[in-house]
Design a binder for this molecule. Structure first.
Ligand code: GCU
Ligand code: CA
Length: 574
């Protein structure tokens, strides 16, 4: 017979720990014993472990009674709302033992204790439940007083006519709803504990709201009566904020305005008062003052350079430079018109960023790729070993082992993508199909120079005929019989329109003009994507980042291939 036993609930100690303000976490965290008889699922509260480097969960478990394998006790935890992790799973009786989970990191933790026994004389006990922190991230506490850094404005006056204040006095808002005090801080993402020292000589609780960057984060913060304007007390609110510079406003929720505020203290990781008067308006001219130059490293050296040129800006004396996209700013230089050169760089991608030393106006100056300069490697098309297709009877046929990732390539027929493997197999049923004879022209692309291209590093430079040396690299042959393919059942012939056809999605990029004077434009290439230009003989003649158009004025007349990470396309320089 089953008896319903009382469920024991977790009692979080969050509130008590916060009041101590040793840190903003709720570790150490303990709980009352959990007794399980019959089926029970217990969830703890969400326990804040954000200030701990890691935590250890530990508890004692025991299972007594005439138990069977159907009786069980399982202990789990979950970090930041993620997947349930197992600490222990037991069936049957359990002798008294301590179980632990170590080195748990994250911001919030939830314990889940699940158990079942079949009768009420079978009992699992979970006791000494404890979550302890292993090292904490130290917090900083700052105090912002009127007339000091971080104190921006009061909708009222700074007064000193009641004793007991610190600093110059206290901030006294006019007694009007929504009047407030503005402050400005910087700091990491995480919990922030605000403590205001205040006096409220009126009898009304002057409830207030906390607004950060224009958004109300919490409200009904109590500023209760202190009975006299010279009696001071404190009130506290803990909130979670994002990283960066924050405008913080304490605002009155009653028509009495705020209490008189002596100061606010703020505790968090890396919190700092931030200047309310920092000049941030002239970032635009800061941005425009930059230019970049690069020098590639030698073939086997890490001796590339990036030079950042900058201009002089009024109001600032120093700026900082980064080549990892602003993760670190290892270089601080005087803000005069000048330049700085990063030396000793390896062939790699670099994101150049700059900002003022007070962290304002940060922006990405540019994205550069340094390539080890090993001279140009003449292309030597590998003849028959590069063959993936050949021409015969006026069409193109496959002859390939689908290497260089060819088997993943697809082509659209009747609006659907089909693998080139399927197409090649089907083509062997074509009435004009024949195996290759030695006089047939051979090509690198699976479709006689018409794509799709394969993923080899050098072969895409030579999509066309590979049996006559580099001169054939850009020579296209016949297509597959696309009309015949579009009328095959295998490729959705019932979807075929009157003008049934299939298209080769060899390349999603378009280039114009194909007969170029000074510049070419590429459509379908991402801004910032790397491109290379090769001559017909496979010489690398130019490479850079695509920024809208490509200046080809320096190239001599002839045929060239532009290669991007996804496609290649040819043009002729006049
Ligand atoms: C009094 C007191 C002020 C206070 C004000 C108020 O005038 O002197 O310091 O700010 O009351 O009600 O807010
Ligand atoms: Ca007032």
């Amino acid at each position: 017979m089953k008896t319903l036993l009382k469920l024991f609930c977790f009692i979080p100690m969050l509130v008590a720990t916060q009041a101590m303000r040793a840190d903003v976490c709720s570790t150490p965290w303990t709980d009352n014993d959990v007794i399980i008889s019959n089926t029970t699922v217990n969830y703890s509260s969400i326990i804040d472990i954000s200030c701990a480097s890691s935590v250890t969960i530990s508890m004692d478990i025991e299972g007594i009674g005439n138990m069977e394998n159907a009786d069980y006790l399982n202990i789990y935890y979950r970090i930041d709302g993620g997947q349930q992790q197992t600490i222990a799973e037991h069936v049957n009786t359990i002798s008294l033992q301590t179980i632990q989970a170590n080195s748990i990191t994250g911001n919030s933790l939830e314990l889940i204790i699940v158990g079942a026994t079949s009768i009420n004389t079978e009992v699992y006990t979970v006791s000494n439940i404890n979550i302890s922190a292993n090292g904490t991230t130290p917090t900083t506490t700052i105090r912002i007083e009127e007339n000091e850094v971080g104190f921006c404005l009061v909708d009222g006056t700074i007064d000193n006519n009641h004793t007991g204040f610190s600093g110059d006095g206290f901030a006294n808002t006019a007694n009007v709803l929504d009047n407030g005090i503005d402050t400005k801080i910087d700091g990491d993402a995480g919990d922030y504990t605000f403590t205001w020292r205040f006096a409220n000589g009126s009898s009304v609780n002057r409830l207030s709201r906390l607004i950060v960057n224009g958004v109300t984060i919490t409200d009904n913060i109590p500023f209760v009566s202190t009975s006299s304007w010279s009696s001071w007390s404190t009130t506290t609110a803990t909130v979670t904020l994002t990283a960066g510079i924050k405008e913080v406003r304490l605002e009155a929720m009653t028509s009495s305005g705020l209490a008189n505020i002596d100061y606010v203290e703020i505790e968090s990781v890396n919190v700092a008062a931030y200047s309310c008067t920092a000049v941030v308006g002239d970032c635009q001219s800061f941005y425009q003052g930059f230019s970049l130059a690069q020098q590639n490293p030698g073939c086997s050296n890490n001796d590339g350079t990036i030079t950042v040129n900058f201009s002089d800006e009024p109001n600032y004396t120093a700026l900082q430079l980064s080549i990892d996209g602003g993760n670190t700013y290892p270089i601080t230089v005087n803000d005069n018109t000048g330049s700085y050169t990063f030396n000793g760089l390896a062939g790699a991608e670099y994101e150049i960023a700059a900002r003022y030393t007070d962290a304002t106006c940060s922006f990405n100056v540019g994205h550069l790729i340094l390539v080890q300069d090993c001279g140009s490697i003449p292309l030597n098309p590998g003849g028959v070993s590069w063959m993936d297709s050949y021409e015969g009877n006026g069409y193109c046929w496959c002859s390939t082992n689908f290497d260089h990732n060819l088997s993943s390539k697809q082509v659209t027929i009747n609006g659907t993508l089909y693998s080139v493997e399927d197409i090649c197999e089907e083509l062997e049923l074509h009435p004009l199909y024949r195996t290759r004879i030695s006089s047939d022209n051979i090509y690198n692309d699976i479709q006689c120079g018409n794509g799709p291209i394969n993923d080899s590093s050098d072969e895409p430079l030579c999509p066309g005929r590979v049996d006559i040396g580099v001169g054939g690299c850009l020579e296209n042959g016949h297509h597959w019989d696309m009309v015949w393919l579009a009328n095959r059942d295998r490729f959705g012939a019932s979807n075929a329109k009157l003008n049934a056809h299939a298209t080769e999605n060899k390349s999603d990029i378009y280039l114009f003009p194909t007969l170029a004077d000074d510049r070419i434009d590429l459509v379908g290439v991402n801004y910032g994507e790397k491109f290379m230009i090769y001559s017909v003989s496979g010489q690398l003649v130019d490479q850079s980042i695509f920024l809208g158009t490509i200046d080809v004025s320096a190239l001599s007349a002839g045929n060239y291939l532009v290669v991007t990470s996804s496609a290649s396309i040819r043009f002729t320089k006049k």
